[in-house]
Design a protein around this ligand. Structure first.
Ligand SMILES: [Zn+2]
Ligand SMILES: [Zn+2]
Length: 346
């Protein structure tokens, strides 16, 4: 089969690899139908994720059809259409029992990281019963690719950890796919106002069409003053950090109102300054989380009821065989006005 293979920083190839097979009775082999590229894949390509080694097939999102199910798989059979979760989980360990699938003793984020991933014609999914979700007949399968990672990530790490409530003022710093996923799902709780912050005016314009009330371009150097002005100098009840660099986290620290929640979503590679000298008496809560994908079945129902339009996040389409071009488009997201790119295995 063909697959997108990592060969060290800035070095990848669409090349021949052995087709995966069942190695444990709890495995399934899935024929990929549609997959996508994550911001995390770009981090990997820069060499920021040392657990990913030469020869690894990348990708942790996608939908497909069961090619073969191991003898212990009871939920799925050959031919079933499935959504692949970016988190693999056994469902049996201590962390899984707590709903913390991301910390599964036998899984977690391993796809396209420590085991071969979904940017390929076929993928092996361990613990298939717990790591795959059935796709209802007639569903828009392409839209469901947004459920592999970005929608549960924006919702769980941003909206739920941020405890967005009716009437809240919410700032989402970072208007990329995950920030936009937080924007879409924050609206489940009818906050009074959502302020989107980004450097890219195109993404901010998209955010307006997704329901943002205000947008702030942080590239002009006055984002804090702008947000304080928009909130009558009070700051925001919830600040969701969806970028993962010190400047954006520190921005969140500066705009959070007393009693507020600062929910980190971004993947940080550098340490961040914690300004306890100003925050110690402010009753704020700072949260961190890796997505557990425990809300995936719920989000799937909301998409199926047409109340969450996941396909708005998709801007570009490629054949799976043209994945190198798809990476180029996604890497230059500002130039290409790209959000999520979909590759179809034809
Ligand atoms: Zn991802
Ligand atoms: Zn587990």
């Amino acid at each position: 089969m063909k697959a997108l293979v990592y060969h060290g920083p800035d070095n990848k190839a669409w090349e021949e690899k052995p087709k995966p097979h069942i190695s444990q009775p709890t495995d399934a082999v899935v024929k990929i139908y549609k997959t996508t590229i994550c911001g995390t894949d770009l981090h990997i390509m820069k060499g920021d994720v040392p657990t990913v080694t030469d020869g690894r097939i990348l990708g942790h999102e996608g939908v497909g059809v069961i090619e073969e199910a191991g003898s212990a798989v009871t939920n799925f059979k050959k031919g079933d259409h499935v959504l692949i979760s970016c988190i693999t989980s056994c469902g049996k360990c201590e962390y899984c029992k707590k709903g913390m699938y991301s910390h599964c003793a036998n899984g977690g984020w391993i796809l396209g990281n420590t085991i071969d991933g979904t940017q390929a014609e076929y993928v092996r999914i361990p613990y298939a019963d717990n790591s795959l979700y059935p796709i209802p007949a007639g569903a828009d399968e392409e839209a469901l690719v947004m459920l592999s990672d970005i929608l549960p990530t924006g919702f769980e790490c941003g909206v739920l950890n941020g405890q967005v409530k009716p009437g809240d003022i919410v700032a989402i710093v970072g208007s990329g796919p995950v920030g936009l996923a937080a924007l879409l799902t924050a609206q489940f709780f009818t906050p009074a106002e959502i302020i989107m912050v980004d450097l890219d005016d195109n993404r901010l314009a998209v955010a307006k069409t997704f329901g943002a009330n205000q947008t702030v371009n942080s590239g002009h150097g006055h984002a804090i003053e702008e947000i304080m002005r928009l909130t009558g100098n009070k700051g925001v009840d919830v600040a969701i950090e969806a970028v993962g660099i010190p400047a954006t986290f520190e921005l969140c620290e500066k705009i959070i109102a007393p009693g507020g929640h600062l929910a980190n979503v971004g993947v940080h590679g550098k340490s961040v300054e914690l300004h306890l000298e100003t925050l110690w008496a402010q009753n704020i809560t700072i949260t961190t989380r890796l997505v557990d994908t425990v809300t995936t079945p719920m989000l799937l129902k909301v998409i199926q009821s047409n109340k969450l339009k996941a396909n708005q996040l998709i801007t570009h389409h490629f054949k799976l065989a043209d994945i190198i071009a798809a990476y180029d488009t996604f890497k230059h997201a500002d130039r290409e006005k790209a959000l999520k790119v979909i590759m179809t295995n034809e």
